[in-house]
Design a protein around this ligand. Structure first.
Ligand code: HEM
Length: 490
C-alpha cells in the first residue's frame, strides 16, 4: 500500500444540517475551495464537453486534463447526453475520499441516477421504475432488492454446474473456430455463456429445453440494454460528428427492441414461475417481479459480465508467466480438494487477487452518480468543497481505483496486489460495486446485490480456462479473440 494511507473512514462528508439551502461553515482542517471548472455557455458548453468526452479527448483524458488544469480531484463537468431538456451539470469525484460521498446516504439521494444525468424511458421496462433507479428511502427498493437476494440464494447451487456446462460448449466453439479461421471471438461467446448461466441460476430454466420460438437470446437482451444506454456510451462506429448525431443527439425509442423484450417477458411468465412465486413473500406483484427479474438478468448482470469476463481474458491473456502461475495454483487446489468445488475455489489466493486486480484496473461500470440532498462539505485528500443541495455528484471509478494515495504503482497491473494481510485491507478501498468490498450489500444501500458473486464468477472463468488449457493466446491487440488454445498436458 502506498503511503500515506488515510485511516479507513465510513463517512467523510459532514452534513451541515439546517436544510433550506443555507450553507453553514463546517470546521475542517483542509483548505476550503469552490469546486473548480466551468460548465461554459448554456447548451454549447455541454455540447463541447460531450464531443471532448466521446471523441476529441476520450473519457480518460477528459478527466485527466481537468484534474491537472485545476489541481483538484473534484471538478465540474457536463456529462452526456447533455440534451437541451436535461441538466448535464455534474461535480465529478476522482479520488477515494470524495468518492465515498456517492454511497453516503445521509447526504445523497440515488433517485433515478443509475445511468447518470438522464434516465431511459420506463417504456423499456413495462412502464415501471426498476430497482436500480430507486433510492433506499423508497419502500419498493427494500422489497425488490430482497427479491433479488432471494432469487440469487435460490440458485446458489446452480451457478457452478451451469457455468461449467456452458464453458464446455464454449471450448468446443472456440476450438472449432480456431481450426477453421485461425482465431475465435470470446466477447460474444462469454455473453452467451453468462446469459444461459444467469437464466438457469436466477430462473431455474435450462434454455436448451425451451422451444426455439419462445427462447430469448443474449443478442436480443444485449440490444435492449445497449439501446437504452446508448446516450451515455460511445459506440464510435462512424466518423465522429456523424456518430454523435446518430447515437447521442436523441434517445432511442424502445420500439426497436420491443419484440425481443416482449418475448423475454412472456418467457419469464411461462417458465420462471418458481422465481416469480417467491416475489409474493416481499409483497412484490408478479408483474413488477417479472420486469425486475429481466432487469437484474439483462442490465445489472449481463451488461456487467459482457465487459468483465472479456477483460479478465485480455489482461491475463497478455502474460504467459501469470497464466503459468495461475494454472499451477488452480490445478493443485483442484487435486487437493477432489475437483473444482467450493473448497477448491477457496484455495486459490492468486486467482482471487488477480480477479480483484482486473476489477481495479478496468472497472466494468465506470460511473456512479448520486444527488446531494442537502448542502454539505465534501472532502478530498487535500481540500474541502462546498456542495449545494440538488447538485449531481459523479464518482469516476477508473480514477478512484487508481488513487495513488491508496494503491502503490496504481497504473501497474499487479495480480498479487490483493494477497496477504495488507492486500486484504485494500478491499476496503475496492469500490467497483458502489460500496466497499469488505462490507455487505444490503437493502439499505445501493451496493451491487452481486458484490461477492461477480468476483466469484471471474475466478471460476479462470479456473475453467486453465484446467482445460495449459495456456491461451490473444489475436492482435486490441483483442476480443483467441489466436491459440493449448490443451492441458497434465
Ligand atoms: C460483472 C457484473 C456486474 C457488475 C460490474 C455490476 C456492477 C454494479 C454497480 C456498479 C452497481 C451500482 C450502480 C449505481 O447505483 O451506481 C450495481 C447495482 C446493482 N447490481 Fe450489479 N453488477 C454486476 C452483476 C450483477 C448481478 C449478477 C446481479 C444480480 C443478479 C446484480 C444486481 C444488481 C442490483 C439489483 C443493483 C442495484 C442495487 C440497488 O438498487 O440497491 N449485479 N451493480
Amino acid at each position: 500500500m502506498a503511503t500515506p494511507v488515510p485511516p479507513p473512514v465510513t463517512t467523510v462528508n459532514t452534513p451541515l444540517g439546517g436544510g433550506g439551502g443555507t450553507m453553514k461553515q463546517k470546521p475542517t482542517n483542509l483548505p476550503l475551495r469552490e469546486v473548480p471548472g466551468s460548465y461554459g455557455l448554456p447548451y454549447l458548453g455541454a455540447l463541447k464537453d460531450r464531443w471532448d468526452f466521446f471523441y476529441l479527448q476520450g473519457d480518460e483524458a477528459f478527466f485527466q486534463t481537468r484534474k491537472e488544469k485545476f489541481k483538484s480531484t473534484v471538478v465540474r463537468a457536463n456529462m452526456p447526453p447533455a440534451w437541451p431538456w436535461t441538466d448535464p451539470k455534474c461535480v465529478m469525484l476522482l479520488d477515494q475520499k470524495s468518492y465515498s460521498s456517492v454511497f453516503d446516504y445521509k447526504v445523497v439521494d440515488k433517485t433515478d441516477t443509475f445511468a447518470g444525468t438522464f434516465m431511459p424511458s420506463v417504456k423499456y421496462t413495462g412502464g415501471m421504475r426498476m430497482c436500480a433507479y430507486l433510492d433506499p428511502s423508497e419502500e419498493r427498493h427494500a422489497a425488490l432488492k430482497s427479491f433479488c437476494f432471494e432469487v440469487m440464494k435460490m440458485g446458489a447451487s446452480r451457478w457452478m454446474p451451469e457455468f461449467h456446462k456452458r464453458m464446455t460448449e464454449a471450448f468446443a466453439t472456440w476450438e472449432r473456430n480456431i481450426g477453421k479461421q485461425g482465431s475465435a471471438d470470446f466477447q460474444a461467446v462469454c455473453a452467451d455463456v453468462m446469459f444461459k448461466t444467469l437464466i438457469k441460476s436466477l430462473m431455474n430454466v435450462d434454455l436448451d429445453t425451451v422451444p426455439e420460438a419462445e427462447r430469448p437470446s443474449s443478442g436480443e437482451l444485449t440490444a435492449w440494454v445497449g439501446l437504452q444506454l446508448l446516450p451515455v456510451v460511445g459506440p464510435g462506429i462512424f466518423p465522429w460528428p456523424i456518430d454523435d448525431l446518430i447515437f447521442h443527439a436523441l434517445p432511442f425509442s424502445h420500439v426497436f427492441t420491443q419484440s425481443g423484450y416482449d418475448k423475454m417477458v412472456k418467457f419469464v411468465h411461462k417458465y420462471a414461475a418458481e422465481s416469480l412465486d417467491v416475489s409474493q413473500k416481499f409483497n412484490v406483484s408478479r408483474e413488477d417481479a417479472a420486469h425486475n427479474l429481466i432487469f437484474f438478468t439483462g442490465l445489472n448482470a449481463l451488461g456487467g459480465f459482457a465487459i468483465f469476463l472479456p477483460t479478465i481474458i485480455q489482461l491475463v491473456g497478455a502474460s504467459a508467466p501469470l497464466q503459468a502461475e495461475l494454472r499451477v495454483e488452480i490445478r493443485e487446489a483442484v487435486k487437493a480438494n477432489g475437483g473444482l468445488n467450493m473448497k477448491a475455489m477457496q484455495a486459490m489466493p492468486l486467482v482471487e487477487s488477480t480477479v480483484y486486480e482486473v476489477m481495479r484496473f478496468k472497472p466494468a461500470v465506470p460511473y456512479q452518480y448520486a444527488r446531494a440532498k442537502e448542502d454539505f462539505i465534501l472532502e478530498s485528500h487535500d481540500a474541502a468543497y462546498r456542495i449545494k443541495k440538488g447538485e449531481l455528484l459523479g464518482g469516476v471509478a477508473p480514477f478512484v481505483l487508481r488513487d495513488p494515495a491508496i494503491f502503490k504503482d496504481p497504473a501497474t497491473f499487479n495480480p498479487r496486489r490483493f494477497m496477504g494481510k495488507e492486500g486484504k485491507e485494500l478491499l476496503h478501498y475496492h469500490i467497483w460495486s458502489n460500496g466497499r468490498q469488505n462490507e455487505d450489500s444490503s437493502v439499505n444501500s445501493k451496493q451491487c446485490a452481486a458484490k461477492d458473486l461477480v468476483p466469484f464468477i471471474g475466478r471460476l472463468l479462470l479456473a475453467e480456462l486453465l484446467i482445460k488449457y495449459d495456456s491461451f493466446s490473444l489475436a492482435d491487440k486490441p483483442s476480443g479473440s483467441f489466436s491459440a488454445l493449448s490443451p492441458a498436458t497434465s
